[in-house]
Design a protein around this ligand. Structure first.
Ligand SMILES: [Zn+2]
Length: 475
């Protein structure tokens, strides 16, 4: 097993210097992002390598044609002084001091190393950066990927993806890719979109064998939403993993080389960087692990909806009743079913207006009780049909104190949907349902202030924003 450790340093939005550090050879490789006006000749000159080196390492078929934004691996072995080094390409607005600050060095140190008499630098210049000798790592078979920074945009009424892309200086394609959106025509007010600062690095070239593919969609995870890890290997592997204190439940294809893990980011998760760790074990018992440092950003939920419940319904604010009912739901909504019934995006469960979104903190009876709203509400007249938004199998259909007449559909791969407060239920446990099938009717049973459908989606035991599933395909 080749021992390979690499770090991808993400600095600022441009995130240019990426150092791949292979322990065996003590060589370093720099990831260069092609800038406007650059040629392969000039890039080779800047780094002190030959055009042939670049062509060979990057498998270029036409050295005369490189694109702005294209990522090139640049070999920097042999130019190392001591410890490890990399080449930093000067960006507009940078100074020796600001570059030094990125690497824990002073501007004077960089000036001395590069023999710059008066300290003048120019945009596009390659500067040698000597890094302190790294302490030997204790677990060599670990690869670490830092996902790029991004911001989250909440879609306002009347906005289009084109207009949003324009306002951030990015493209419709970049936003669609970052959010796993298939149909760029469909966005909805209140939708939370990751605006990528930079395309994710082309990781495939740097992944340690036998891992051949790794991606995450969306590339930055949003509190209260789901994320899909897609992993591929060259040989069949047994995969394990965890993220946000959840064990990965992994869907694997028959070849054993293509795997998907879907996680929910619970509401209340603090924004920050969280490691997602996956372990790959092949038939010989050799294993390699991969840690992706994943950025989680705030869902921007806020307090809303003061709801008055009186009489019998107010008894249902009793925490003991709530806990017992939730425990019942958890007992079957947290079970991983390796069979998958759904594909593509989900439909909407009712032809009705959304009256309350997912994640907002609700106060009941003027602030006596606070609860996070774990679903999306559709306000419709009693009797309005409720439709299965995706294929699945009914695993619960019955009456609950708080949720009223409730139905739960298992869609496979740890994904469940729930339908609360119904006036009528047309399916039973064990029924297989298809997309668009009428499963019940909107009502006002359970703890409600009026008739509506409360729709939930759980993944890997965590309630997530159901509306994300109407725009992002997870399978
Ligand atoms: Zn609700």
């Amino acid at each position: 097993m080749k021992k390979l450790v690499f770090h991808i340093l993400c600095i600022g939005l441009l995130s240019l210097p990426v150092m791949l550090h292979a322990q065996d050879s003590q060589s370093t490789v720099t990831l260069h992002v092609v800038q406007r006006g650059e040629t392969l000749y000039r890039i080779a000159q800047n780094y002190g390598v030959t055009i042939d080196d670049l062509v060979r390492l990057n498998g270029l078929t036409d050295p005369g044609s490189i694109d702005v934004g294209q990522r090139l691996l640049v070999p920097t072995a042999g130019v190392t002084t001591s410890g490890s080094s990399l080449v930093h390409v000067v960006q507009p607005g940078e100074s020796l001091d600001s570059i030094g600050a990125l690497y824990g060095l002073t501007g004077a140190e960089i000036q001395a190393l590069n023999g710059l008499p008066n300290g003048a630098i120019y945009v596009g210049q390659g500067l040698m950066i000597a890094l302190p000798t790294a302490a030997p790592t204790t677990v060599p078979e670990v690869a670490s990927l830092d996902m790029p920074p991004a911001v989250v945009h909440t879609v306002a009424s009347g906005e289009t993806l084109f207009r949003i892309a324009q306002s951030y200086g990015t493209t419709v394609n970049a936003i669609a890719t970052a959010n796993g959106i298939n149909n760029v025509e469909i966005i909805y007010p209140g939708q939370r979109l990751v605006i990528p600062g930079v395309e994710p690095p082309q990781l495939t070239a740097a992944l340690p064998a036998p891992i051949t593919g790794f991606d995450l969609s969306p590339i930055v995870l949003i509190e209260g939403q789901a994320g899909r890890f897609h992993l591929q290997s060259s040989v069949p592997v047994t995969l394990s993993g965890s993220f946000l204190d959840q064990l990965a439940t992994l869907a694997t294809d028959s070849s054993g080389t293509d795997m998907v893990a879907i996680f929910g980011v619970p509401v209340g998760t603090e924004p920050g960087i969280y490691p997602a760790t996956f372990g790959f074990t092949d038939a010989t018992g050799a294993n390699v692990s991969l840690t992706a440092n994943v950025q989680v950003v705030s869902g921007g939920y806020f307090q809303s909806d003061n709801i008055q419940v009186t009489g019998d319904s107010s008894l249902l604010l009793d925490p003991a009743i709530e806990e017992a009912e939730l425990a019942t739901l958890r007992s079957f909504m947290s079970v991983f079913n390796p069979e998958r019934y759904f594909s593509g995006t989900f439909g909407l469960p009712a032809a009705a207006t959304i009256t309350s979104g997912f994640g907002n903190v609700r106060s009941y009876n003027a602030g006596d009780v606070l609860r996070v709203h774990t679903g999306t509400d559709f306000g419709g007249a009693p009797g309005t049909p409720i439709l299965a938004p995706a294929p699945g199998r009914v695993v619960f259909a019955g009456a609950l104190d708080i949720r009223g007449n409730a139905t739960v559909i298992d869609h496979g791969w740890g994904v469940y949907s729930g339908y609360w407060h119904q006036s009528a239920q047309y399916v039973q446990v064990g029924d297989v349902v298809t997309t668009g099938q009428v499963i019940g009717a909107i009502g006002a049973t359970g703890r409600v202030s009026g008739p509506h459908l409360h729709w939930e989606i759980w993944v890997n035991g965590v309630p997530v924003d159901p509306m994300q599933w109407t725009v992002q395909p997870f399978a």
